[in-house]
Write a protein that binds this ligand. Structure first.
Ligand code: HEC
Length: 113
């Protein structure tokens, strides 16, 4: 009985790791322009889900500063980091950041100077 539980414990632990390793091959992004981004809502999404690491208005902190990110990264590259984060950033997509929130927060980041 104990070993059965260990077996299922092992399954629970390892299946998501295998799944995420497979998922890293390709990133499928939703449209970033249709429907259009709502930058005001993007700011709310940012303050709720991102500012804790990236600072108010993207000034930086635990995560890199995101001010002026439009000069460094294409919108698709910003979205890809949210959909399938590299490094120490947690996966926030598709929850709490869904397709519309993704569009909105990318729009907000592109507006930061
Ligand atoms: C727990 C902390 C944390 C949270 C929350 C977080 N990030 Fe990050 N983010 C990071 C770290 C750390 C990196 C650097 C990753 C690496 O090593 O490449 C990063 C990288 C990025 C980058 C790439 C920056 C660059 O210069 O290449 C973008 C864009 C980004 N985050 C956007 C967001 C957005 C948008 C949110 C909210 C939806 C968010 N992050 C939430 C920690 C966080």
């Amino acid at each position: 009985m104990k070993s059965l539980r260990q077996f299922f414990g092992l399954l629970a632990c390892c299946v998501p790791i295998i799944a995420s390793a497979e998922g890293s091959a390709a990133v499928t992004l939703p449209s970033l322009t249709e429907p259009p981004a709502d930058i005001g809502n993007g700011k709310k999404v940012f303050n709720r889900s991102c500012a804790i690491c990236h600072g108010q208005k993207g000034s930086g902190g635990l995560g890199p500063a995101l001010k002026g990110i439009r000069d460094r990264l294409a919108p698709e590259a910003i979205a890809a980091q949210i959909v399938q984060p590299k490094g120490e950033m947690p996966k926030l997509y598709p929850k709490p950041v869904g397709d519309q929130e993704l569009r909105d927060v990318v729009g907000y980041l592109l507006s930061l100077e």
